[in-house]
Each structure stands twice: as structure tokens, then as C-alpha cells.
Ligand binder design. Structure first.
Ligand SMILES: NC(=O)c1ccc[n+]([C@@H]2O[C@H](COP(=O)([O-])OP(=O)(O)OC[C@H]3O[C@@H](n4cnc5c(N)ncnc54)[C@H](OP(=O)(O)O)[C@@H]3O)[C@@H](O)[C@H]2O)c1
Length: 291
């Protein structure tokens, strides 16, 4: 082969299928394991080697668990039962959840190696393997051989591994909050802006795409100061009052939350005075959520 670790993936979902396609192209996917006829059909559609019974799956160097976070511990247990710890001594067990550390591997014999490898990216349907390129991966494992194998593989995928022996639980939680904010919350926020723009009768993507790109560029290229503009930094409360009055009920609650979040960040960066913060609070009472 090509020196890359041979991989098996359990869980043909968003990330599992994306990773499987990319690893298959690199020549190091041994199998993708699912548990339903739909999974088999999906694997066939992407030309991926597929299996359902542990007994039929050849040994691998890295066994990836790409199942929902809440199912990882159960599937790890199921695989250990099915394969036996003797066979697993040649295999490192890897999960891809940003929210979890090594706790799901507790109870394994000490000579079974494990790791957590989280790609800091959003992988929707349909699978788009190019999303794996130029992204950071947080790798946590106490085992040097696992670091070595994952580093090699992630670099081959075009990613950038950041490897630690141990990631403290409180750091992991904050790390995962950052991921949820930067991907899920941002997607919802952009959808809200697109829907409001569409309701104004303008070509929403044409108008919004450049301003969103500029906001992202400005944020990542800013040195020191926060590149925030708009009514909150100008303490322009009449304009915001007018916005609130024009919105419909569900929209008003979302906009209120966004203004409060913006103001909170502006305040902590010295872009909104204490007096301005209190004026905005009075403009946006909690009752607005119910109207
Ligand atoms: N998607 C992302 O953007 C992303 C990014 C970084 C990390 N991750 C991590 O990747 C993991 C998977 O997330 P996802 O978004 O890919 O979830 P997903 O789309 O829901 O995929 C999970 C897949 O696992 C399958 N599954 C569940 N139990 C199984 C079992 N016992 N055996 C085999 N397959 C089983 C599910 O089957 P069904 O199809 O029947 O539901 C589904 O196809 C999670 O730990 C998540 O935190 C995801």
C-alpha cells in the first residue's frame, strides 16, 4: 500500500461517508460498516467497500467510530465484544466527537490503544470530501503510535493535526462551544439574514454574500480591535426601536437575542458604554420574546 494506516469506519452518516470517500481515494479504506439496507445502498452509490457483520470485516490499523456522540460508548463496547481484545491490540480505536474525550474508552484493557480525532469542520449531506482540506484536527491520545498514525493520515487528507496527550475536560467543552458557535449558530444566523433580505424583495445572496465575506475577513485579519460597525456601536437606539417595531413575532425574538449578543461582545471590547448597555436593555425587555 502507501504507508498510510488501513482504516475501517463505523457509521455511514455525514462525517463517516465523507471520510470514507476521502480515505478510499487515498487507498487506505478497508471498509465502511453500517447496520441497515439504506446504509448498504448509500455505500454502493459512492463505490465504497461495505460490511455489516463484525465477523466479515478484515482487521484494520485505525477503527473509526463516526456514529452519533450518544452512541459511541455502546458501539465501542459492541465492537470490543465482537472482535475480542486480542485482535484489537493491533488496532487503535478512534472517535470523531468534539464533545467527548477518552471517557468512552474507559474500561478497555490498558494495552488497547485509542484516540480522539475531531475535524473542526461542518460536514452536511451530500458528502463533500474537499471540506477535509486545510482544516484543523484536534487529536488527543496518550499513545505515541496513535499520534503518529493519525498525524500521517490527517496530513494525507490535507488537514492540519494539533496533537495533545491529554485535553482537559473544561477546555474540551469550551473548544466544542466554539465549534457549535462558528458552524451551527453562524449557519442559523446567516439563514435568518437571508430570509429577512428575501422578504425585502432584494436578490438576497447577491447582496449578502460580499458583506458576509467581508465580516469574516475583517474578523480574522483584525489586529487588536474588534471590527464591529453598525447601530449598536453608534448607540443609535431610534433605528433599533424601528427595527423591532417592523419585525414579526418570531423574528423579533431572534433579532432581540442577536442584538443582545452583539451588545454584550461590543461592551466587553469597549465599543459600548455601560450607559449604552442599560439603554439597550430597556429597549429590549424579555417580554418582546412573547409578542
Ligand atoms: N457532521 C459533522 O459536521 C461533524 C463534524 C465533526 C465531527 N462530527 C462527529 O462525527 C460523528 C458522526 O456525526 P455525523 O454528523 O456524521 O452524524 P450522522 O450523520 O447522524 O451519522 C451517524 C451515522 O451512524 C449510524 N449509526 C448509528 N448507530 C450505528 C451502529 N450501531 N452501527 C453503524 N452505524 C450506526 C447512523 O445511522 P442512521 O443513518 O440510521 O441514523 C448514521 O448513519 C459524531 O461523533 C459527531 O460529533 C460530525
Amino acid at each position: 500500500m502507501n504507508g498510510l494506516p488501513i482504516c475501517g469506519i463505523v457509521g455511514p452518516g455525514r462525517l463517516g461517508t465523507t471520510l470514507a470517500i476521502a480515505l478510499h481515494r487515498l487507498g487506505c479504506l478497508q471498509w465502511l460498516k453500517g447496520c441497515s439496507p439504506q446504509h448498504a445502498e448509500r455505500a454502493q452509490a459512492y463505490g465504497l467497500p461495505y460490511g455489516e457483520s463484525w465477523d466479515d470485516l478484515p482487521p484494520v490499523d485505525l477503527l473509526w467510530y463516526a456514529v452519533p456522540d450518544r452512541a459511541i460508548a455502546t458501539v465501542v463496547e459492541e465492537s470490543v465484544q465482537a472482535l475480542g481484545t486480542h485482535r484489537l491490540r493491533q488496532t487503535a480505536l478512534i472517535h470523531t466527537a468534539g464533545s467527548l474525550g477518552g471517557e468512552v474508552f474507559q474500561g478497555l484493557p490498558s494495552d488497547v490503544e485509542w484516540g480522539c480525532a475531531h475535524p473542526f469542520q461542518a460536514f452536511p449531506w451530500p458528502p463533500q470530501p474537499h471540506l477535509l482540506r486545510c482544516i484543523g484536527w484536534l487529536v488527543e491520545s496518550p499513545h505515541p503510535r496513535v499520534h503518529q498514525r493519525l498525524t500521517l493520515l490527517i496530513r494525507a487528507l490535507g488537514g492540519i493535526p494539533v496533537a495533545v496527550a491529554h485535553f482537559p475536560a473544561e477546555y474540551r467543552t469550551r473548544y466544542h462551544i466554539a465549534a457549535v458557535t462558528a458552524s451551527n449558530a453562524l449557519t442559523a444566523l446567516l439563514r435568518f439574514a437571508l430570509d429577512i433580505a428575501s422578504s425585502a424583495g432584494i436578490p438576497a445572496p447577491l447582496f449578502l454574500h460580499p458583506i458576509v465575506e467581508a465580516s469574516v475577513q475583517n474578523t480574522f485579519s483584525a489586529i487588536g480591535s474588534l471590527p464591529l460597525t453598525g447601530p449598536i456601536t453608534r448607540a443609535d437606539w431610534p433605528t433599533l426601536q424601528h427595527h423591532i417595531e417592523c419585525l414579526q413575532d418570531g423574528e423579533r425574538a431572534v433579532y432581540r437575542s442577536l442584538l443582545l449578543a452583539t451588545a454584550s461582545v461590543a461592551r466587553s471590547h469597549g465599543l459600548l458604554s455601560e450607559e449604552g448597555w442599560h439603554q439597550l436593555q430597556r429597549l429590549l425587555p424579555p417580554e418582546l420574546n412573547k409578542q
